[in-house]
Design a protein around this ligand. Sequence first.
Ligand code: FEO
Length: 399
Amino acid sequence: MQRVELAPNIYWVGAVDWDVREFHGYGTPRGSSYNSYLIVDEKVAVVDGVRSGFGPEMVRRVRGCCGQAVDYLIVNHVEPDHSGSLPWLVAELKPGKVVTSKRGKEALEMHYGAEAAAWDYLIVGTGDDLGLGAYTLSFLEAPMLHWPESMFTYVKEPHVLLPNDAFGQHLAGSRRFADENDMNVVMEEAVTYFANILMPFSGQIIKQIQKVVDLGLQIDVIGPSHGMIWRRREDIDAIIEAYLAWSRFEAKPRICLIYDTMWHSTEKMAAAISDGANQEGVETTILRLSSTPLAECVRLVQESRCFLVGSPTLNNGMFPTVGEFLTYLKGLRPKNRLAGAFGSYGWAGGATREIDATLRAMNLEVLPPIDFRFVPTEENLAACEEYGREAARRVKAWA
Ligand code: FEO
């Protein structure tokens, strides 16, 4: 089995999930990986587990890199994509201690019951060190990245940060390092991951990165729990900078129009609004919800200063796909965006009113809604173009 070494005697021993296409509501067309790491020293530590069913693959990798017993099994995060295999791994690897945060222990016991309650724990928190011999591990609690119990493990001397979900991407591949892959794909998956999983925790992310800066931690490798490992100086700097920018909701002066349509009237309005924005020199992206994965729509919200939501009226309300999108987006709590509602209606309206109310409830800056009855006339489409021009002018003036 091929060995993947991040630093001397520190190995990737995870599993690649080529087949996963859904991750708690988020489509993952490029699969994912569950990254675990093995640190071989006088004492041996394994950092994080894998999803249920991938344990045997992980253990084969551990045994391929090291014949010693495992002293510590470190659990940075209890979500089942990392802990699902733990009962099996503990039975197989027989670690001396399971190392986790106080909340991590509680969560393990709530997930795996009496079996987990019987494990021998070492509870750690921010600032605690664990010597392995030549290497020393340091722990840093990282609440809400991605659950309250989450923590980072830092290997001091080779400066390897193992931050679990942070800096990850849902991206399967036969190569483990970001620089061995197409960086455009890696960064696209990194922003998709951030937008769909970490957006609600943006405030905590800024604080966490500041904590790492304040501690003066040198970081030469970042090994996340999903996707590719960051090891080139420029890639590490780029992903940290990107996390700060995404957390601050910085974005291009772009407008994305996210809509659905019943008899093509709302579709015509989307095209006219887009055309108006383009006349002002602002780039647009048009996404029809019935043919675009939600995760991609959310990525575009993350990457655009403005998003406009379009819907025909159905039964006095939003089209179902639009309702699904807004429910999902509301939970992700986007900030610092200009937004607006557009749409068509027949015998009675209602969709744009509902969209407008939802956008306002999200505390975004909201343009007045625009809607027209049945098929938009040339005059209506000219009004849509002006709506697009106005949105574009606001986007360009956005601080
Ligand atoms: Fe990859 Fe929050 O689990």
